[in-house]
Unconditional design. Structure first.
Length: 218
C-alpha cells in the first residue's frame, strides 16, 4: 500500500500537488527550499528532526544520526533549523550514511553544508540556504520523530513529501488519497492543455476557461 502511494506521488510534480491542495483548502506547499546539490525530484515518507540553539549544552549524539539510523529506504529526512543561527543542519558524512541506507534525500528548513560532496554523491539536499559553518557548539538536536515546523506548515513524522525545483509539498497521510486523486486529475488536464498548445490552439483559449476548470474554479 505504502509503495503504491509513493509510486503515485513520485509521478507528479509539486505544482500539481499544490494546486490540488489549493482546491481542497489544505496547506502544505513551502517555497524557498531549493535543491542545493542535485536538481532531482524526491518523494517519500518523512522522518523529522528538530534543532535548537546549543546555549552551552552538548548533545550526546551528532544531530540527525538518530533519524538516519531509524529511516527506511525511500524515506526523506526533514530538518527544522529555524534558530536564526548560521550553522548547518545537514552535512557531508550524513549524506554518505543516508545514501548507503537508501534514503531518498534531505530537506533542511535552514542552512546545509558540504554541498559539493552531496553533489558528487548524487544525493539530493534541499535547504533554505548554504553555509560552511559547523553545528558544533552552535546548535544541537532537540527532538527526533516529533512534529516540526517547515515554513508555515506543521510536518508530522510519517507524512508524505514531494520536492522539486518549484517547491516542497507535504501531504498528511489522512489527506493523501483525496490530494493525489485531485492532483492526478489536474496533471491529466494540464497534459491535454499542453498538447493543445503544441498543436497551435490559441493560448488564450487554452489558458482561459479550461484553466479555470482545471483548478476547480466556477
Amino acid at each position: 500500500m505504502a509503495e503504491d502511494m509513493l509510486r503515485r506521488l513520485s509521478r507528479l510534480d509539486s505544482c500539481a500537488v499544490s494546486d490540488a491542495m489549493d482546491r481542497l483548502g489544505l496547506a502544505g506547499a513551502v517555497s524557498g527550499l531549493e535543491p542545493r546539490s542535485v536538481a532531482r525530484r524526491i518523494a517519500g515518507r518523512v522522518r523529522t528532526v528538530c534543532l535548537g540553539p546549543a546555549m552551552g549544552k552538548a548533545s550526546p549524539r551528532h544531530l540527525c544520526t538518530t533519524a538516519v539510523e531509524a529511516a527506511d529506504a525511500g524515506d526523506v529526512i526533514v530538518v527544522e533549523q529555524r534558530t536564526g543561527i548560521e550553522a548547518a543542519g545537514w552535512g557531508g558524512i550524513l549524506s554518505i550514511a543516508a545514501q548507503v541506507k537508501g534514503i531518498a534525500g534531505a530537506i533542511v528548513d535552514g542552512p546545509a553544508r558540504d554541498i559539493d560532496e552531496a553533489a558528487d554523491l548524487g544525493f539530493p539536499v534541499y535547504a533554505r540556504s548554504v553555509t560552511a559553518r559547523t553545528a558544533r557548539g552552535r546548535i544541537i538536536e532537540i527532538a527526533t520523530g516529533e512534529p516540526i515546523r517547515v515554513g508555515t506548515v506543521t510536518v508530522n513524522p510519517g507524512d508524505y513529501v514531494l520536492a522539486d525545483r518549484s517547491c516542497v509539498v507535504f501531504v498528511k497521510t489522512a489527506d493523501f488519497d483525496r490530494v493525489i486523486d485531485a492532483a492526478e486529475t489536474i496533471a491529466a488536464r494540464e497534459a491535454a492543455m499542453a498538447k493543445a498548445a503544441r498543436q497551435g490552439l490559441p493560448i488564450g483559449t487554452v489558458m482561459g476557461a479550461d484553466y479555470e476548470r482545471l483548478l476547480g474554479h466556477r
